[in-house]
Design a protein around this ligand. Structure first.
Ligand SMILES: *Cc1c(COP(=O)(O)O)cnc(C)c1O
Length: 430
């Protein structure tokens, strides 16, 4: 299986090269030359077993293939339950049972396992994984590489724009993981990371790696939980399952689409955006027009230029074909609040602000007479956003054990001005 760049400027390359590189050398995103077709049946497989089956075609003929089972056992060792909600046909796909209570744990752990195995054992200097985060990516990547031999992590997050518990979760690792709180926006953090990764002189002194959502090592493993839920659903109900995916950079939803394209029993895919409505506008017929980011209650989805859109477009011959592949809706902050407030009564769950966006879209579909089975994706645990959620539902939300353990550890973060020179200096000092 070979991978090419969305921008066409790279010779077909193998997955291990693409994993180590992150971004393609021509500035594009790696995409597989063709999508393998699977004819899987659900036979009581665990999530880790389904992950191995779904990921196997990408790893054929690679040295990494012999580690695939172990990689999946390590990364997929917590469940992704498909929880029925109050009304028949409504489900929540809970992806928040990992160490940092957000769906990004699965892929971050899988990528960390791959990069560990791909690392040259003779390399003398550790690789510093640089990650810009609006909250959840940084924690997931920090947790995945914490105390991993040969790696350091430098996390950059916008000071004051992540929830208090998210901030604590970024600073609580210590050891080889260092969190910088940047005096700027998420876009500033992302720009600083991109400039550092493009700085050959810096990289000669400080070997750098990336783990952002454009990495194939994040995209591919995310197909596993969609495959698992859809296969389990079909085994029980003999029908495809439709998904509503809270969307920011489009990594999670693209994985759902890829799983469908691989032949898994997935019906319709609906993107649920916050007030950053670049995708809903596009899918409703406007030109694709990236914009400056708006801060919302669902901060992990505050993205004005979804990076994976380039992949989605590459896979379709025309805008018309792409617009026929999925729908997208935008949900504002007032509606997020309203949905959280009523979710315990209406659905029997307490959602985080991101998950609430998906639940609202589900309510809209039902109001419009849609009677098909749907799974809204729960992307984070509500306790991570307790300052928003608790006042709305009127009671405390207990953090799951892993989050409680992180909150019990002390947290340290380092202030950093926004700017590539400042980051360069900090990395040379590490
Ligand atoms: C990252 C994140 C999202 C958005 O996922 P994308 O893959 O960027 O579209 C949604 N919800 C939560 C809680 C997240 O952490």
């Amino acid at each position: 299986m070979k991978f090419v760049s969305t921008r066409g400027g790279v010779a077909p390359t193998s997955l291990d090269v693409a994993l180590a590189a992150g971004l393609a050398p021509d500035g594009g995103l790696y995409v597989p030359e063709r999508v393998p077709q699977l004819a899987l049946q659900h036979a009581g497989a665990t999530l880790a077993e389904t992950a191995s089956q779904v990921l196997a075609p990408w790893f054929a003929e690679l040295e990494l293939q012999s580690s695939l089972t172990e990689l999946c056992n390590d990364a997929f060792d917590f469940p992704a339950p498909l929880r029925p909600l109050s009304a028949p046909g409504d489900h929540l796909l809970e992806l928040f049972h990992g160490p940092t209570a957000a769906f990004k744990d699965y892929a971050a752990r899988f990528l960390a396992g791959c990069l560990s195995r791909l690392r040259d054992p003779a390399a003398s200097m550790p690789t510093t994984i640089l990650v810009a985060t609006s909250g959840d990516t940084g924690a997931a990547v920090g947790a995945a590489f914490h105390r991993r031999d040969g790696f350091k992590v430098a996390i950059l997050y916008p000071d004051g724009r992540v929830s208090p518990r998210q901030a604590h979760g970024l600073g609580c690792f210590g050891d080889n993981v260092h969190a910088y709180r940047v005096d700027g926006s998420f876009d500033d953090c992302q720009r600083m990371v991109k400039q550092a990764l493009a700085d050959a002189n810096l990289r000669a002194h400080v070997p750098l790696g990336s783990a952002n959502s454009i990495s194939l090592g994040r995209l591919l493993p995310q197909t596993a939980y969609y495959a698992h839920a859809a296969l389990e659903f079909r085994a029980r109900h003999d029908a495809p399952l439709n998904f509503i995916v809270p969307t920011g950079n489009l990594g999670n939803a693209l994985a759902c689409w890829l799983a469908k394209r691989m032949g898994l029993p997935i019906g319709e895919i609906v993107l649920a955006s916050n007030a950053n409505d670049v995708l809903p506008r596009y899918f409703n017929g406007d030109e694709y027009a990236p914009r400056a980011t708006i801060a919302t209650l669902a901060n992990a989805m505050d993205v004005g230029a979804p990076s994976n859109f380039e992949r989605l477009r590459w896979w379709h011959r025309s805008d018309a074909e792409l617009r026929a592949a999925m729908r997208a809706f935008s949900v504002d902050d007032a509606t997020i609040r309203d949905t959280i407030r009523h979710a315990p009564d209406r659905h029997g769950v307490v959602p985080c602000p991101h998950t609430a966006i998906g639940l609202h879209v589900l309510e809209q579909l039902r109001a419009n007479g849609d009677s098909r089975p749907w799974a809204a994706v729960a992307t984070a645990h509500p306790a991570k956003f307790e300052t928003i959620v608790e006042p709305l539902v009127g009671h405390t939300v207990e953090p799951p054990p892993s989050l409680a353990a992180a909150l019990a550890r002390p947290a340290t973060t380092t202030p950093l001005e926004a700017g590539s020179e400042v980051l360069r200096y900090a990395l040379l000092q590490e």
